[in-house]
Design a protein around this ligand. Structure first.
Ligand code: AMP
Length: 273
């Protein structure tokens, strides 16, 4: 497996490949959630390129950019063990220069939920993905449903930009307690991790209520809030896959999204029903 640090090297490496290329963009501190995306890409493509880049433009001032967990050596080893062809680990200067064009994610998708709490976050996500998609020109790119709003915004971007790549949504990987894996879980103490299981428990309870016939979004949101207590959610939303709020569940086209802080760490989770 190649470890690639510069855009020139990446372009050269790309020119040596024939066959399909799967791409897994990440911010590193890789865990089993990332690994599931990489393994799926390896199984579906002739080559897999993983990027590990803590993208500064998607962090707001005061967020955890400086302390975001970084583990490049372990990340490279994991990518190699999973069968990736290359891992791209550029410096910030390799990706961003002076006089950068700006990207603005569509307000209808990006100004709510995560975007309301982290204004500009999705502009930064699209900015880096636009660059990475151009550099890698993958056949397929793999994204986790864990970041549901991001996935929908990226799908919209690819469609609206007529990019000839396929976005492959991948299921959320959880630990045995139900907690959705996240690089930011590294900030949680064991007690906080135990507390954080309320997020997935509340979503499970919501799913069960829906399976038992509950349709009303307001009732399901109340159920989630009560299952979460004493944690208070930053948001609990029930939307369709265009992120429009729903009054009633539409089976097959409904997302339940929530965000909550546990021990000062922002966690997100969601359920597709
Ligand atoms: P990140 O490194 O947090 O930017 O995540 C890189 C990719 O991995 C994104 O597409 C995420 O949605 C995905 N991902 C992160 N955590 C999980 C998880 N627990 N299960 C599935 N995919 C995940």
């Amino acid at each position: 497996m190649q470890i690639i640090k510069t855009t020139d090297e990446l372009i050269k490496f790309k020119s040596t490949l024939s066959g399909s290329v799967g791409f897994v963009p990440t911010m590193g501190a890789l865990h089993a959630g990332h690994a599931s995306l990489i393994s799926r890409s390896v199984s579906e493509n002739a080559h897999t390129i993983v990027s590990v880049f803590v993208n500064p433009t998607q962090f707001l001032a005061g967020e955890d950019l400086d302390k975001y967990p970084r583990s490049q050596d372990a990340d490279a080893k994991l990518c190699e063990s999973l069968g990736a062809s290359a891992v791209f680990m550029p410096s910030v200067d390799e990706i961003y220069g002076k006089n950068e064009p700006t990207m603005i994610a569509p307000k209808a998708l990006a100004s709510k939920l995560e975007g309301a709490i982290r204004p500009g976050h999705f502009d930064g996500v699209l900015c880096v993905l636009n660059k990475l998609f151009n550099l890698v020109s993958p056949t397929r790119a793999y994204f986790g449903k864990k970041d549901a709003q991001q996935l929908l915004i990226v799908q919209n971007f690819v469609k609206a930009s007529f990019l000839s790549l396929k976005i492959v949504p991948c299921d959320i990987v959880r630990d045995s307690s139900g907690l959705a894996l996240s690089s930011r879980n590294a900030y949680l103490s064991d007690a906080e991790k135990a507390k954080a299981t309320a997020l997935s428990r509340s979503l499970k309870a919501a799913r069960k209520a829906i399976e038992n016939g509950e349709q009303k979004a307001s009732v399901i949101k109340e159920l989630i809030a009560s299952e979460l207590a004493p944690i208070s959610a930053e948001y609990i939303a029930i939307t369709d896959t265009n992120l429009n709020e729903l009054d009633a569940i539409k089976p097959g086209d409904t997302l339940i999204l929530l965000a909550a802080k546990v021990g000062g760490v922002r966690l997100i989770d969601n359920e597709w029903v």
